[in-house]
Design a protein around this ligand. Sequence first.
Ligand SMILES: [Zn+2]
Length: 310
Amino acid sequence: MRRTCFALAVALAVTVAAAAAIAAQKTARPAADAPLPVRYEELSAPDFVRAVSRSGATCVVPLGILEKHGPHLPLGTDLIDCREVSLRAAAGEYTIVFPPYFVGQIFEAKHQPGTIAYGSRMMLDFLQQTCDELARNGLKKIILVNGHGGNDAFLHYFCQSQLETRRDYVVYLFEPAYDKATEDKLDKLRKTTLDGHAGEEETSVMLAHHPELVRLDRAKDESGEDQKRQAGLKNAYTGIWWYAGQPNHYRGDGSAGNAAFGQALLEAEANALAEMIRSVKADTVTLGLQNKFFDDAAKPLETKPFVKKK
Ligand SMILES: [Zn+2]
């Protein structure tokens, strides 16, 4: 008798506890408009589902690299700066920002300490599989934001290679259009004429948001001049061109860097990226074109001439 009573009491207690837990779960479920982190790695799984919806299925992948940045900036300068631009843009126009991505093209700096240069096929496969996995998780509009000059040709080729096989997502590459008002404003703050790697621009950006990582007193320890070692070669391109001109993997003069110029650069980039994210969210054309292209590509003999609708 006492044992039955005890068992009933336990069963009742368990039921009450379970009901309380369910009620707590219900009340703990965030409202649809509750704040969400923008950083991919900070989202919980249930929040990720809401984030995919709130972002309009967009995701930003900030691509940097690990390479020397003159004698005075950190190896991850492109990673650090590019993610900052992405986070600032996402603060204005909600999107999910992927963790810092450092698999890219950097063969030309293999002679310098700290460079991590993966092979060509690895680069392509890694980025394609990252995009495939993002799309499998509902992020069908993937925005690549490049912070590393050495990635330019690779990322354009990567975008072209999206037409190799049909896919249910679109890869967009951030390419800010020339804006005269912005350029004029930046030119007023600019002090040097030669720049391109760890020079005035990159040093200024780092001074604007991570000054503790800049060793400005070392900026003149090495030459960032163009050494013009292939000057005799006319109308030609070779893979060694960057090393020929910039053997120190430094182009420009970082000692001219200043935080005000860096802030202006960050602001201009973040504004342009936020504008792009808005347009990507609203884009209903590109995936349709991509699908039509693959339909036609399967039966090229049946492709009709394109006639513009009036
Ligand atoms: Zn850089």
